[in-house]
Design a protein around this ligand. Structure first.
Ligand code: FES
Length: 153
């Protein structure tokens, strides 16, 4: 695998000629590294002849993009309408309390990054969370914590 810089440049090159290129580039970088490193912001700005601040503003507009390396497991808790009505906020509260974090943050031990998302497409099992690629439904705060503790081993 090439250096971080050469991979970022390849990703930029691949999308450079498209009209709306910034988002595909940012997605490509995040897919590759799990987050948008500062180096990527600088390289994208240089290659597209823009200011780093402009790239950063675009990226930070979307909660999807991360600017820090993610934890070992990415936990996405759905807080869309159906999940919300069925108690997603109690689950979110419990997680924030137990892990002493806020949504969008990574635990100090680097095990989990927690995020809220708008709809995981499993409304019939709501409330729902996704850990890495696995969906867990019909949750309550206790059940969610039990599942998360299982990932700590
Ligand atoms: S609202 Fe959460 S999965 Fe549909």
């Amino acid at each position: 695998m090439g250096s971080m810089e050469s991979r970022i440049l390849e990703i930029i090159e691949k999308h450079k000629s498209r009209d709306s290129k910034i988002l595909p580039i940012l997605h490509g970088v995040q897919d590759e590294f799990g987050y948008i490193p500062e180096k990527a912001i600088k390289l994208i700005a240089r290659e597209l002849r823009m200011k780093p601040g402009e790239i950063y503003d675009t990226a930070s507009f979307y909660s999807f993009f991360r600017f820090e390396p993610p934890g070992k497991h990415i936990v996405r808790v759905c807080d869309c309408m159906v999940c919300h009505i069925k108690g997603a906020s109690e689950i979110i509260h419990r997680i924030e309390k137990e892990f002493n974090i806020h949504m969008g943050e990574t635990t100090k031990d680097g095990k989990f990054t927690f995020e809220t998302v708008e709809g995981l497409g499993h409304c019939d099992e709501s409330p729902v969370m996704m850990i890495d690629d696995k969906i867990y439904g019909n949750l309550d705060p206790m059940k969610a914590m039990k599942i998360l503790r299982g990932y700590e081993q």
